[in-house]
Design a protein around this ligand. Sequence first.
Ligand code: GLY
Length: 593
Amino acid sequence: MKKIVSFIIICICQLSLFAQPQKIKQHLTGFKNLTVVKNLSGLQIIGTGKIVDPYHYSIVKSELFNKASVSCAHPLASMVGAAIMKQGGNAFDAVIATQLALAVVYPGAGNIGGGGFLVGHTPTGKNITIDYRETAPSKGSRDMYLDSAGKVIPNLSVLGHLANGVPGTIAGVFATLPYAKLPMKTLIQPAIDIAEFGFVITEKEASGLNATKESFVKNSTKPTAFVKNSKWKTGDTLVQKELAETLKRVRDLGQKGFYEGKTADLIVAEMQRGKGIISKEDLKNYKAKARTALTFNYKDYSIIGMPPPSSGGIIVLQMMKMIAQKPIASYGFQSTKAVQLMVEVERRAYADRAAHLGDPDFWKVPLKTLADNTYLKNRMANYDSTKATPSTAIKAGIINESDETTHISVMDAAGNMVSVTTTLNGGYGSRTVVGGAGFLMNNEMDDFSVKPGVPNMYGAVGGEANAIEPNKRMLSSMSPTLVLKKGKPYIVCGTPGGTTIPTSVFQTLVNLLEFNMSAEDAVNKPKFHHQWLPDEVAVEPSFPAKTIAELQAMGYKISPRTAIGRTEAIRILPNGKLETAADKRGDDSVAGF
Ligand code: GLY
């Protein structure tokens, strides 16, 4: 079951660190607390023989664990989460530590300059949802990305300082802390140590940093750790001293270490140098919010998801309820009949999105109606199993979203389940690194409807519900999801992927609940996506040719595309083992014990 797909062994570039083991041992306090420190300091998942060593690590795609596990986008962050649980933390501790570690080891989407959503479930049966989505700055306005002729100014909402929403992640981890057992200083220390002493980067990270170099330089006002004269290579060490100092301020001063004082000063100074509009008041006033989980029953299962301002939970609910009316398992996995049905429910759910969904603190979201069984039955009234329903026959529209987000799934031995999706929006966000603070800012403002009712530069249409207003949260598709089976913990899953997120979660759930797949197959099998507009079915490269040909004959336009999502899933098997899978599409990796 266990699969190690790659090894990263770095020697030459680490000679200076190997030469001073005492120094490293002394400084890597977070590791020391958690580990048997060996020659090179490492954080050990005690009793498993696994060391969290930022200079030597491997990617593990799938494994069965007895008690607790983590799946996320980077091996080091998964291992940090598992080690935290091994030393007495629960799944909430692990998700905090993993998230903070991801902000260091996965700068493309792990973040403290972005935002996210958490869905949790405790052994007492309590559902927890925390919304730490970014907000529009108080100086933000509906037409801020339009020129005097009312045209969208290309890239203004995507690159640089004006694209930044007020970050929510640090408020989010502090809002999670009451459910955790260990102090923040323990949970944040591994991230501090990895930032301060560095970690070796993977091939994918090296190529991401190289491809983004010019953009970092153009959109940042100070030198950054992500840019160096020569090209990044696999196995280079990325050291982020400024980020380590920022994280230390959070460790020592709590949430104020980010939203007030020196870090806030650095953010605002960066804004002033780059014509951004986030103010000290915006930072001080930022609040994570507890929301009411969106729950529904699907056959023997209860599914728990994130309500608005994410569209994810309600879209997944709509799609699951629409297929519940049909015997999809009998159609067979990837059969034309099953795929066609799923495409049509995707089309209908996404068509509702722009018309009705936005920040519920600013827009009346008709959640009850959208989730109503009769409403959804009527939504399928014009479904025809022999041909495509043209999107012109379905009302409403959608906005464009970037694919680069990241997900963490965690389960512990006590029965806590936590699902977190977090993002900078685009890969490496707005490419603006906060000078002196060492972290990337999001470009989440692009998730608003930049020009409501009119197709944006990508040809997608956004709605009034998601128009820009000061302090409003932009609509998201992030869909951190939990499943209970007969009331007991069963599945944790989620994925990045912009607007493809709800369909990836939907297809992963259908794979697990209807097609009886392993967690590994459920996340890795090729996916497809329809989002109402454009009226086409996007398919991953290895999608079966026969199904594609039959769908084309029924009137579907098929668009081949690159990877859809990077799903992380954990499922409890009948024998109690945690079947833990990390998506094959990236460096994603599992850890546990
Ligand atoms: N930025 C991706 C999302 O929020 O869905």
